[in-house]
Design a protein around this ligand. Structure first.
Ligand SMILES: O=C(O)C(=O)Cc1ccccc1
Length: 270
């Protein structure tokens, strides 16, 4: 099985991919791509993709959510990893530019403001990409995983620099098909409703009245017109279970469009 995720070597995505494949795939062939679009566009029956979806400090990774709405892929799993950001580079005194993935910069905003008030920040496609770039400029430092410093021959200037020490990111496993029931599953759905009083309330009622737990609710602009949204929800349970099936059927009566993104086993370390 071929597994695609965000590269170059040393990203958090690569870490999450190794963690998930070790448990789930025999002989994985991991390929590192330069963007989430590239990952999602190359998914086929023999190729799966792994992308970050949600962070405990910054919330939803909007880029991934928007891609899920546009592309025809299913979620077949999830995995959660701890995120411990480090500042890596040449030396602290000369650091004038700090580079990283936008999520990493956002998770370390207070640290940057307090310790490097005069530094310029720039975004890169990934944390490892930032590390790679840093090798070329002595006045640059990157925010990246600790092990990535070694990989690119850089020094660890400071460890654990995220603004909230307990920092986790959830990644989703994308494929052409979702997963079979295990007894401890989740289902992700995307839907849009007409702008009328009570439509969101009525859409969620089928789950509430069956005691189906909602673990996530997110709204995103439809990109069609201002004030027009679609919603993404995660519920506990598998779409093949009668209770969930009935609730989704009722949801569909309230919505303009409903897409089941998939059912998959719940990650353990929530
Ligand atoms: O840039 C990376 O290393 C990624 O895999 C994306 C990311 C960035 C920050 C936290 C979690 C994932």
């Amino acid at each position: 099985m071929r597994i695609l995720t965000l590269g170059p070597p040393g990203t958090y995505s690569e870490k999450a991919t190794k963690k998930w494949t070790n448990k789930n795939i025999k002989n994985p062939e991991i390929k590192l791509k330069s963007s989430p679009e590239e990952v999602i566009n190359q998914i086929n029956p023999k190729t799966i993709g792994i992308l970050p979806i949600e962070n405990s400090i910054q919330g939803t990774v909007l880029q991934t959510i928007d891609l899920l709405n546009q592309k025809n892929v299913k979620i077949m799993g999830e995995t959660i990893i701890e995120i411990n950001h480090c500042l890596i580079g040449h030396n602290t005194e000369n650091t004038e530019i700090i580079v990283s993935h936008p999520q990493a910069l956002a998770q370390c905003r207070n640290y940057i403001t307090n310790k490097f008030s005069n530094a310029e920040t720039r975004t890169t496609g990934s944390t490892a990409h930032a590390a790679k770039l840093t090798t070329e400029f002595t006045n640059m430092a990157a925010i990246a995983p600790a092990e990535t410093a070694k990989k690119y021959n850089l020094n660890i200037l400071e460890k654990n620099i995220q603004d909230v020490k307990q920092n986790k990111t959830r990644f989703i496993i994308l494929a052409t098909k979702d997963a079979e029931p295990t007894g401890n599953d989740k289902t992700t759905l995307i839907f849009s409703v007409k702008q009328k009083p009570g439509t969101l309330y009525k859409s969620l009622k089928p789950f509430a009245k069956r005691q189906i737990n909602l673990t996530k609710l997110e709204s995103r602009p439809s990109r069609k017109k201002l004030g027009d949204y679609y919603f993404i929800i995660d519920i506990e349970g598998h779409r093949k279970k009668p209770k969930i099936k009935k609730a989704i059927k009722e949801l569909k009566k309230q919505t303009e469009q409903t897409k089941i993104l998939g059912s998959y086993p719940k990650a353990k370390n929530q």
